[in-house]
Design a protein around this ligand. Structure first.
Ligand SMILES: O=C(CO)[C@H](O)[C@H](O)COP(=O)(O)O
Length: 405
């Protein structure tokens, strides 16, 4: 771990990374650029004026730093202490819902005050400027890119073309299998997890898929945070938490904090998809976005640039053991194309009705990670079922490669 502490103007930033960050700019340069307002980090335009003005917004500043400095490789960033005082208008406190003026002033008054504040080096009348002092301590933990053999790592070597539409980029993908514990025996979850883990020279499941259902977003109720915490302690298999719940804006980050490797929310349920992705990554997990079979991909293409995984549902969410909906593969092909052409950088997952018969079509379409519930846990040997599914996916992906080559 390398720790760096920068004092830039009145803001101190502590930076911790496992290795020096590489890229077009150093962390120090990036921080300086952010504070000078001269950088436009990916997707965080809104945060920059806040940081530039020095107005207290530890969270916005953190997000700006996180996105600008190293984008997707930053895994954790949290503000340890924020002492910057908010601007206060005399005689009133700052309202909490987006406004910045004193209570009772009109929107026009506030807009005018903002305009003057921006064009003048002096604080606007009636507004006390934040005291210039080292007051914000931002601690960012950057995790070095995962080694090539890690689950989910996309390798840019090799020449495996990943969809029927044979793209220019060369991405070598090892199909991943994520058994869904929805089909496991809930009374023996630790054993069920172990049954798909590495054994007898078998690599085992790449991820363990955990279906969280709230009986509101879907008509079924399964498990929640305490079970995820218990599973986290019981297995080393990375947990892939699929939240089929309402208001994931409120709950998702808890799963990341509980140690989930990937936390997926539904596009149909979330209010602030950008905020969720940011919070999940900041809490140390990957951010996943899921869409139901009838939800199109197009409206989410922009926001997906901030996500690490896309979970295409190939059944209506809610229950295991349903039949695979082949039409959903069009979205897989679309996502695959965008990944292969460098427009998106994420892992494509499919969930629902995946078995030895359907996995090949999904692999040909370009899926990276296959969620399978009943096909694994209804088998006599769950571990063997994982390997069988993986070998079918490898064979199908290789066939596509040969055709494309
Ligand atoms: O999210 C899910 C259902 O909503 C499950 O993960 C999925 O259905 C897996 O079960 P199966 O492989 O038996 O279809």
């Amino acid at each position: 771990m390398i720790e760096q502490l920068f004092d830039i103007g009145k803001i101190s930033i502590e930076w911790t990374s496992r290795e020096p960050l590489t890229g077009s700019r150093s962390t120090e340069t990036a921080h300086r650029e952010i504070l000078a307002g001269g950088v436009e980090p990916r997707g965080t335009k809104a945060a920059i004026p806040t940081a530039r003005r020095g107005v207290a917004s530890a969270r916005a500043h953190r997000d700006a730093v996180v996105d600008a400095v190293s984008g997707p490789i930053v895994r954790r960033a949290r503000v340890e202490h924020s002492g910057i005082r908010r601007r206060r208008a005399s005689g009133g406190t700052t309202p909490g819902h987006g406004g910045v003026g004193p209570r009772g002033t009109s929107r026009r008054d506030r807009a005018e005050r903002h305009r003057r504040a921006r064009s003048s080096p002096l604080p606007p009348s009636g507004v006390r400027q934040a005291t210039p002092r080292p007051s914000l301590r931002l601690r960012c933990v950057s995790v070095a890119p995962e080694p090539a053999q890690n689950p989910g790592k996309l390798q840019t070597s090799g020449k495996l073309q990943t969809s029927g539409q044979a793209q220019a980029s060369s991405v070598d993908r090892r199909p991943m299998i994520a058994p869904s514990i929805l089909s496991a025996d809930f009374a023996r979850l630790a054993e069920e997890a172990a049954s798909v883990g590495p054994a007898d020279g078998r690599p085992g499941a790449d991820w363990l898929h955990v279906d969280v259902m709230d009986n509101h977003f879907v008509p079924n109720l399964t498990l929640g945070l305490p079970v995820v915490q218990a599973l986290r302690a019981a297995t080393d298999i990375p947990l892939d938490c699929h939240l089929m719940i309402e208001d994931p804006d409120r709950w998702a980050v808890g799963y990341a904090e509980a140690g989930a490797h990937n936390v997926t929310v539904h596009a149909e349920a979330a209010a602030d998809l950008l905020g969720i992705a940011r919070d999940l990554r900041a809490a140390g997990s990957r951010a996943g976005l899921s869409i139901k079979p009838n939800t199109p991909l197009e409206p989410y293409l922009d926001v997906l640039r901030h996500y690490d995984t896309l979970l295409v549902m190939s059944v209506e969410p809610g229950f295991g053991g349903q039949s695979f909906i082949p039409e959903t593969l069009a979205k897989v092909r679309q996502a695959r194309h965008l990944v292969d052409t460098g427009h998106l950088r994420l892992l494509v997952e499919i969930d629902g009705g995946v078995n030895a018969q359907t996995i090949e079509a999904a692999a040909e379409a370009g899926v990276d990670c296959f969620v399978a519930g009943s096909a694994v846990y209804s088998a006599v040997d769950a571990g063997e079922a994982v390997e069988h599914l993986r070998s079918r996916a490898v064979a199908a992906a290789s066939a596509v490669h040969r055709t494309a080559g």
